[in-house]
Ligand binder design. Structure first.
Ligand code: ADP
Length: 290
C-alpha cells in the first residue's frame, strides 16, 4: 500500500496516518515530524528549515525532496508507505511521481481529508504533543486518557504535553493560507490521475478511521486484522455446510426407518407445551401459555 494523505493543517492526517501505520505495519512518513526532528537535533537541515516552519511557510523544496528521497530509500518503505504532509505543492507532487516511477512503485491512492475551517482552528488550538513520544492529543476534543494509556511509552511517566511552536493563531492563519494556495491544487492533480478519494474528516476520530479504511478498501472495523476476515467467512461457511449435511443425513435415516415398515405412519401428535399440556385447538398462543 503506497498512499498519500492530503489535507489542511489540523485535518487529522497525522492521527490517522499513525493509526493506519499501526494497523498495517507500513511506515508513516511525515515530513513535518522529520523536519521537527531535524530542528531538535540542530542539524544543518533543521537550521535551514526552522525559520520557514516558525513562520508557517513551506520549507524549501530541495531540502524536503532530499529528505524524502533518503527516507523512501530505507528498507521499511519497500513494503509501502503512508505519506503525511508530503507532497505539499505541485513541484513536490511531480518530483514524487518521477521518483516513484524510477523505483517502479506508483501510488495506489491519495486520500483528501475534508474539514471546515472553524473545526480546523478548534483542533489546532487544542492540539498538544507529548514531548517524549510524539503522541498527539487534543485538550478540547481528545484529552489525554487516564490509566495505562496516560503513560508515555518512552519514559514510563505521564505524557509531557507541549504546544507546537507553530500552533499559535498567527502562524496557523498563514499555514491555512499556504494550504489553500499551494496544496489545494494537488486535489485536481491527483483527481486527473484517477487516484483521489475524498473523505469527511470531521467528527469522532474513530469514525474518521472507519471512513479512511473504507476509502482504502480495508475492513470497515478499525483496528481489525484484514486477513482474519476470509478465515472467519470460511469458518461460517463450513459450519453452515455441516448443518446441511447433518440435516440431510437425518432425513435419509428417517426415510430408511419408515420405508421397510410399509405401515401407515403413526398419527401426528400435537407438540407439547413447556408445561407438558397439549395446547387447545384453535387457541391462540397467548391462551396456550396461560
Ligand atoms: P501541519 O500539517 O499541521 O501544518 P506538519 O507537521 O505537516 O503540520 O508541518 C509543519 C511544518 O513543516 C509546515 O508548516 C511546513 O513549514 C513544514 N513542512 C512539512 N512538510 C512540508 C513539505 N512537504 N514541504 C515544505 N514544508 C513542509
Amino acid at each position: 500500500m503506497r498512499i498519500v494523505l492530503l489535507g489542511a493543517p489540523g485535518s487529522g492526517k497525522g492521527t490517522q496516518a499513525h493509526r493506519l501505520a499501526e494497523r498495517s505495519g507500513i511506515p508513516q512518513i511525515s515530513t513535518g515530524d522529520l523536519l521537527r526532528a531535524a530542528v531538535t537535533r540542530g542539524s544543518g537541515l533543521g537550521l535551514a528549515a526552522k525559520e520557514a516552519m516558525e513562520g508557517g511557510r513551506l520549507v524549501d523544496d530541495a531540502l524536503v525532496l532530499g529528505m524524502i528521497r533518503e527516507r523512501l530509500a530505507e528498507p521499511d518503505a519497500r513494503a509501502g508507505f503512508i505519506l503525511d504532509g508530503f507532497p505539499r505543492n505541485l513541484v513536490q507532487a511531480a518530483e514524487l511521481d518521477g521518483l516513484l516511477g524510477e523505483l517502479k512503485q506508483p501510488l495506489d491512492a491519495v486520500v483528501q481529508f475534508e474539514v471546515d475551517r472553524e473545526e480546523l482552528m478548534r483542533r489546532i488550538s487544542g492540539r498538544r504533543t507529548c514531548a517524549d513520544c510524539g503522541r498527539v492529543f487534543n485538550v478540547l476534543t481528545s484529552p489525554p486518557p487516564s490509566g495505562a494509556a496516560a503513560i508515555c511509552p518512552k519514559t514510563g511517566a505521564a505524557h509531557r504535553l507541549v504546544q507546537r511552536a507553530d500552533d499559535n493563531e498567527a502562524t496557523v492563519a498563514e499555514r491555512l493560507r499556504v494550504y489553500e494556495e499551494k496544496t489545494r491544487p494537488l486535489i485536481a492533480f491527483y483527481q486527473s490521475r484517477g487516484l483521489l478519494r475524498v473523505i469527511d474528516a470531521a467528527g469522532e476520530v474513530d469514525a474518521v478511521t472507519q471512513r479512511l479504511a473504507r476509502a482504502l478498501g480495508l475492513a470497515a472495523r478499525a483496528g481489525r486484522n484484514r486477513r482474519a476476515r476470509p478465515a472467519v467467512r470460511r469458518a461460517v461457511r463450513a459450519k453452515a455446510a455441516a448443518r446441511v449435511v447433518k440435516g440431510r443425513r437425518a432425513a435419509t435415516r428417517g426415510a430408511a426407518r419408515r420405508k421397510p415398515a410399509g405401515k401407515k405412519p403413526p398419527p401426528r401428535r400435537a407438540p407439547k407445551t413447556r408445561r407438558g399440556a397439549a395446547p387447545k385447538r384453535g387457541g391462540t398462543r397467548r391462551r396456550g401459555r396461560r
